[in-house]
Design a protein around this ligand. Structure first.
Ligand code: NAD
Length: 313
């Protein structure tokens, strides 16, 4: 973890819910130098999060952790002085609504209430709250301390100033905010992921290719470019005349292919088992935890390379 050279635009934050996502947000905020006040309904989850942080951070950074993170046994105590709150509780609408009602009651009047929700519409979570104007979705990718994109999605009553401040804050802590203009189920990232996974499963299910072959065309093919640029920028670089020439020449071929894409998979037990056998064969003897550490280590290196050699203007 390298400390952020920029100053966070909001210096004191609270993380509510310290499970898989909450604990990773804690790392994002302390890396940026924010005083980070944490609360979880279940004290064991706080203990687990602190142990995870201590294992994930190097020795000198563990001191930073101790000086920046404070643990609170009551929600209202955790919220004191926080200008931004990252709600990371369970993904159940009734639970989100209950947490938001308590946040709106107890947080400082100008605090922004951001939610990690993967799927819900803030218009619904914040409906009826007097502070609905300061409620917003800030949906991370797991784990946010490794992957910077965060989807920003206002609810119907969210103040545009809160949207601007959330984008500014996320940028200042080293994340990459992406603004959605309106709610759509699963937001941007998971819709695009679902589109790819749908076809990947269909190709395996219909026997066209095995699991490793399908993964290889992303891992050693599309994914190498996608780590640098999205599908539109790739199309723009795939023809001398850019995206206009590319889609003029190949648009019909894409249309023909899109018309033949496979159906929505069933996700039945037999199909999941077949995918599992394929991924077991790819992973060899390495435990998942080791593969995840390797993945995160290399993602960090890719991010460092991109920062050191940015795309030409
Ligand atoms: P998790 O189950 O690991 O953590 C949820 C935490 O919330 C638990 O520690 C639980 O004790 C705590 N909690 C429950 N009720 C609470 C309350 N009233 N007040 C405070 N804390 C409470 O879940 P997670 O995977 O960390 O997901 C958290 C949120 O992040 C969800 O909205 C989820 O959709 C979203 N998200 C998850 C992922 C992912 O891949 N796991 C990715 C992006 C977004």
């Amino acid at each position: 973890m390298t400390l952020n050279a920029k100053r966070p635009s909001i210096p004191v934050v609270a993380v509510v819910g310290t499970g898989v996502i909450g604990r990773s947000w804690v790392q994002v905020f302390i890396r940026a130098g924010c005083q980070t006040r944490i609360y979880d309904e279940n004290p064991e989850q706080i203990e687990k999060a602190l142990t995870w942080l201590d294992q994930d951070l190097e020795a000198e950074q563990a001191d930073t952790r101790r000086s920046l993170v404070s643990v609170h046994t009551s929600l209202s105590d955790a919220l004191k002085g926080a200008g931004y709150v990252q709600e990371s509780g369970p993904e159940q609408m009734e639970v989100k609504k209950a947490i938001y009602a308590r946040l709106d009651e107890a947080a400082d009047p100008n605090a922004i209430l951001g939610s990690s929700t993967s799927a819900y519409d803030m218009s619904e979570i914040a409906s009826g709250l007097s502070g609905a104007r300061r409620c917003i979705v800030a949906h991370p990718v797991n784990p946010p301390h490794v992957i910077p994109v965060v989807e920003i999605l206002p609810g119907a009553e969210t103040d545009p100033e809160v949207v601007a401040q959330t984008i500014e804050f996320m940028t200042s802590v080293g994340q990459t905010p992406v603004l959605l203009n309106r709610y759509v189920p699963a937001f941007l990232l998971n819709r695009m992921q679902a589109a790819v996974i749908r076809e990947a499963i269909s190709l395996v299910e219909s026997g066209v290719a095995d699991v490793d072959a399908v993964d290889a065309v992303i891992r050693d093919g599309l994914g190498l470019r996608w780590a640098l640029m999205g599908p539109f920028a790739v199309a723009d670089t795939n023809a001398d005349g850019g995206i206009r020439e590319y889609f003029t020449r190949y648009g019909q071929a894409y249309k023909d292919c899109m018309d033949q894409l496979g159906p929505t998979p069933s996700f039945d037990a037999e199909m999941i088992e077949r995918l599992g056998r394929g991924t077991d064969a790819m992973s060899g003897n390495a435990p998942h935890s080791e593969t995840r550490r390797w993945r995160d280590r290399l993602i960090r290196k890719i991010r460092d390379l991109k920062a050191a050699d940015p795309r030409p203007d």
